[in-house]
Design a binder for this molecule. Sequence first.
Ligand SMILES: Cc1cc2nc3c(=O)[nH]c(=O)nc-3n(C[C@H](O)[C@H](O)[C@H](O)COP(=O)(O)OP(=O)(O)OC[C@H]3O[C@@H](n4cnc5c(N)ncnc54)[C@H](O)[C@@H]3O)c2cc1C
Length: 432
Amino acid sequence: MRVRVIGAGLAGCEASYQLAKRGFEVDLYEMKPKKFSPAHRSENFAELVCSNSFRSDALTNAVGVLKNELRMMDSFIMKVADETKIPAGSALAVDREQFSSLVTKRLKEMKNITLHYEEIEKLDTSVPTIVASGPLSSKAISKSIQDYFQEKDFYFYDAVAPIVTVDSIDFTKAYRKSRYDKGSDDYINCPMNQEEFLAFYQAVITAETAETHDFEKELYFEGCMPFEVMAKRGMKTLLFGPMKPVGLKQEGKEKPYAVVQLRQDNATSSLYNIVGFQTHLKWSEQKKVIHLIPGLEKAEIVRYGVMHRNSYINSPKYLEDTYRVSREKYVFFAGQMTGVEGYIESCASGFVAAVNMVQILQGKEEIHFGQGTMIGAMAHYISHASQSNFQPMNANFGIMNLEKIVKKKEKKEAYAPQSVAHIKELKEKYGL
Ligand SMILES: Cc1cc2nc3c(=O)[nH]c(=O)nc-3n(C[C@H](O)[C@H](O)[C@H](O)COP(=O)(O)OP(=O)(O)OC[C@H]3O[C@@H](n4cnc5c(N)ncnc54)[C@H](O)[C@@H]3O)c2cc1C
C-alpha cells in the first residue's frame, strides 16, 4: 500500500520513516532544492531553520518528557538527534548540518521510500496522504489547503500573547474580577501602583526585540500591534489600552494605577494568557518583564509571545486527536501547520499521524495516546482547544493530565513516571 507524504521537514521525515518501517511504500515529496521557502537554505531534509537546540532533555520538563516518549517508541528524528548531539548542558542540541544530512541519508537508504523532488501544488485527497508542508508551506499548496478547509480557517500569521500556568500565579496579589463586574469572574487581575507601573514600563521600552525575517516585515503590522510598540508610543497608550485599571477596583482596597489582565486559555483552566501582550520581545526579555508584574513574579511561562509568519489550520474544527481530518478516512495533517509548535512537537505529530495511518490502512482501531502522555496531550490540545481563538502550542505540563494527586512542589517529577507507564502500555497493545 502506498502513502503520500508532503514535505520532508521534521514531521514528514518522522512520518515517512514510521510508515516505511512498517512495510508501507512511501512517496515523499519535497520541493527543495527546486524551490525554497524564505527561511529554508539547505538541500537536506529536516532542516532546522533557526536554533539547533531541541530544548531541555530533563524529565522534569515537558519537552524532555516528550523526547523520552518518542525515544521509547523508536522515533527516527530522536535517534538521529542523539547520534549528532553536541554539548549543551541539560538541553539536547545537535550539529545542524550533521543532523539534517544523516536524516536525508537514512531516508534515501530505505528501500520503500521513493523521493520526489517536486512541489505539490494541489491537495489530492483520493490517495492516503499526510500533509506536512510546514509553517512556510508553498503558496500553491497553501491556496489549495485554504480551499480545502474554509479560507478563514487557515491562518497565515501568528500573534500570540504569553501563556502562564494558573498554579504559578500568586493570588495574595492577583484577584479574579471582570471589568465593572460584567460577566462572571473570568479574568485574573494583577494590580500595579504607580511606582510598579513605572518600573515595568521602563523595562518594556528598553527590552530587546527578536530579529524579524525580511519576509515577515511586511506582515508585522497587519496583525495586532506588539505590546512594546504600543508602549513606545507613550505610557498613556498602555493605561488607556491593555493596562486600563477602570472597573477593576477591589472592595476595601485602593484603586490600582494599572492592571494586567489574564484570560483563561484552555478548557481545564490550567493556563491563562496575558491579555493584549502579543509581543515580539526576545524570550529572555519577556521573562524579565512578566516577572515584574505583581502576582506573576514566579509565573511559569509555558508559551512565550510570538509574532511571525506561521500557516496553521483551525485544527480543533477539523482534526481528530490522531491528526486525521475528521471528514476523511486517510488524510492526515502533521507538523507545525496543525498548531503544535517546535521541532520536537512537529516530529511527535508526524509520529502519531503515521502510526494511525497504518492502523487505518490495516483496518484497525486508531490509537488515542491520551492526555496522560505528553504526545497525547499535544494531540488532544490541537483537536479540542477553542475553535474561535485557536493558537499554536509548545509541549507543556499545563495541557497534560496528572492522574495522581501530589504536592505542588512534587508535580514536575510526577509527570515522567506516569508517561512512561502509559507509553509502555501503548507499546504493548499496539506494537509501537
Ligand atoms: C522562521 C522560523 C523559525 C523557527 N525556529 C524554531 C526554533 O528555533 N525552534 C523550534 O523548536 N521551532 C522553530 N520553529 C517552529 C517549527 O518547529 C519549525 O518550523 C519546524 O521545522 C516545523 O516542522 P514541520 O515538519 O512542520 O515543517 P518544516 O520543517 O518547515 O518542513 C516542511 C517541509 O515541506 C516543504 N514544502 C513546503 N511546501 C511544499 C510543497 N508544496 N510541496 C513539497 N514540499 C513542500 C518545505 O521545503 C520543508 O522542507 C521555527 C519556525 C519558523 C517559521
